[in-house]
Design a protein around this ligand. Structure first.
Ligand code: PMP
Length: 287
């Protein structure tokens, strides 16, 4: 069976799955999304992702397309049809289809789309060499805490990185402080072995991987502080890494033209990646 997608109540072949041309997601980026990692057949931190989806919808005053229980059923049915065991589930909710007009439509039904994608394990090269990031001005709006499908600055940042032969771009606010990557949260480890990541407010998306890793770091007793850090501090840091639902924890070994630490993936970064993998592995196993 070819890969399927869920679109507004129907399971369709992925290649033919479509929404209407006047869907407000298409015309206005008037919608939100989630990417949930699937590890050994399990939706990792599913409820945290659905909580964040609810919050994004509430902030934009878009109705939930269905109950949480129904969302979970659709997700599982799609994973079953697509035999997904490792990869991710993508969910997108928009304000629905209506004649183009900026104000909220009166009677639109929210559109819900779900897709899945398989993912290969991260390559040894990526893990052994680490990633390169460049820094770019953060040109986004003031509500980066909402997981909106409006991602133009993120796309431009990522493409600037690719054009520069790098893997991603860290976005930098007007004060010279790093906000986050184009699709991940930014972290450093200081000379004193303190793990630092920006505090979650409207300037960043509060990553679910970030939230879970914070808990693991606390549980393991590592020193941790949630605060912003400058590009200079990052370049002088002992280690740097990023987190996201598709990257988990990945080392960063170069920022702009400067190697981070000794230029090799950090030791603590490696440990944190392992803690996160162990955490995912432990899900679904009964205690
Ligand atoms: N920041 C941004 C801008 C993102 O797009 C993402 C990935 N969706 C993240 C952070 C990481 O979030 P998560 O850990 O929930 O994937």
């Amino acid at each position: 069976m070819p890969r399927q997608a869920y679109v507004n109540g129907r399971y369709r072949p992925h290649g033919d799955a479509a929404v209407h041309i006047e869907d407000r997601g298409y015309q206005f980026a008037d919608g939100v999304y989630e990417v949930v990692p699937v590890y050994n057949g399990i939706l990792v931190d599913e409820d945290l992702h659905l909580d964040r989806l609810d919050r994004s919808l509430r902030e934009l005053r878009i109705e939930a397309p269905m109950s949480r229980a129904s969302m979970k059923l659709v997700a599982r049915e799609l994973m079953r049809r697509n035999r997904l065991s490792n990869g991710f589930l993508y969910m997108q909710v928009t304000r629905g289809v209506a004649p183009r007009d900026h104000k909220f439509p009166k009677n639109a039904t929210p559109s819900l789309v779900m897709t899945t994608r398989q993912m290969k394990p991260h390559s040894a090269a990526m893990l052994n060499n680490g990633l390169k990031v460049i820094t770019v001005p953060d040109e986004r709006w003031a509500r980066c805490d909402i997981k909106s499908v409006s991602l133009l600055p993120n796309i431009l940042g990522k493409q600037a990185a690719v054009d520069a032969g790098a893997d991603d771009a860290w976005q930098v606010d007007r004060e010279g402080q790093v906000t986050e990557g184009t699709s991940n949260n930014a972290w450093i480890v200081t000379e004193g072995n303190q793990v630092v990541t920006r505090n979650a407010n409207n300037a960043i998306l509060n990553g679910i991987t970030r939230i879970t890793l914070l808990e693991l770091i606390k549980a393991e007793g590592y020193e941790l502080v949630e605060r912003s850090f400058s590009v200079e501090e990052a370049k002088a840091a002992r280690e740097a890494f990023l987190t996201s639902s598709t990257s988990f924890v990945l080392p960063i070994t170069q920022i702009d033209d400067q190697p981070v630490g000794n230029g090799h993936p950090g030791i603590l970064t490696g440990k944190l990646r392992q803690h996160y993998l162990d955490y995912m592995q432990s899900l679904g196993k009964t205690a």
